[in-house]
Design a protein around this ligand. Sequence first.
Ligand code: FES
Ligand SMILES: [Fe+2]
Length: 319
Amino acid sequence: MFKGFSGVWTPVFPAWSIRGVPVATQLAGEPVVLFRDQDGQIGTLIDRCPHRGAALSHGRLTPEGRLECPFHGWQFDRTGNNCHVPLNPDAKRETLSAVALPTRVIGDLVWVFTASGPAPFEPSVPEGLSAPGLARTYVQRTWRCHWTRAMENMLDSPHLPFVHRRSIGKALRQQMTAHSKMEITWEDTDFGGRAKARMDGRDGGAFLEYYKPNLMALHIPIPGKHLRIHALVIPEQNDRTRIIICQSRDFARARPLNLLFSWMNRRIADEDQDVVESSGTNEVPPAQLEKSVATDRATLQFRKYYYSELRESQADQPH
Ligand code: FES
Ligand SMILES: [Fe+2]
């Protein structure tokens, strides 16, 4: 299960989007279903009934907040326990569980661990996604590409004056000359790494942080204020990636401004989509198969991590 993306925590959805009906999605090719039980707790199950394999997400939530399989009505709680096997009062329900995945709600987001059984560690969550009291806007897009391509795009600074020449890359574009030089510094951190780009020695104070495996937090410097843009890169299938852009801020909290910020973030994501999809839908190749330069430092760090730690990962299929 979860080949190439197993044993990691990934954000999946804003928690407020899991309400009264089961929500189906895919994580690295594995169908999963999220639902909220009677106590308001969110659970994640592999979206395959252990009986005959029907999609549990096609079933319904019972008044007790259990997920009922549409085929023969077996019922499961959010931890996968079998709570009812209709017409079979003697069934050994303790041996008929569904497969549950560790699930946490942190800030507004649901995080899921891509292997069954207890998670050996907790997710690393950037402050902008976990701290209370921040205003946040969410934009969601689906790109036809392998998630590694989208992730590299989020860590790539030298594309800003080209792809985003009319938006977030406008100032860089205006400062850039034919002789300009961009320097990228990379610092390893316990959660991943921190990259800073300086052009012609100018340091605007912005930097980005990479949270393994699939999250980028861009720190935008405004004196005395918090403004961050996070890109959550969620692998659904080999050639389909869901992107959530979340902006967090501690100013301009009025709700109508959410619309404006959402529009801006959607526009920036859409500027990226075409170039990323045009690079190919398969995973990023090993570094030696492409030509790279000094400004590729951050993306090459990601690629090194992906090829050495994640690509061959695979979780056992529980029985
Ligand atoms: S397939 Fe789910 S109860 Fe039979
Ligand atoms: Fe971009």
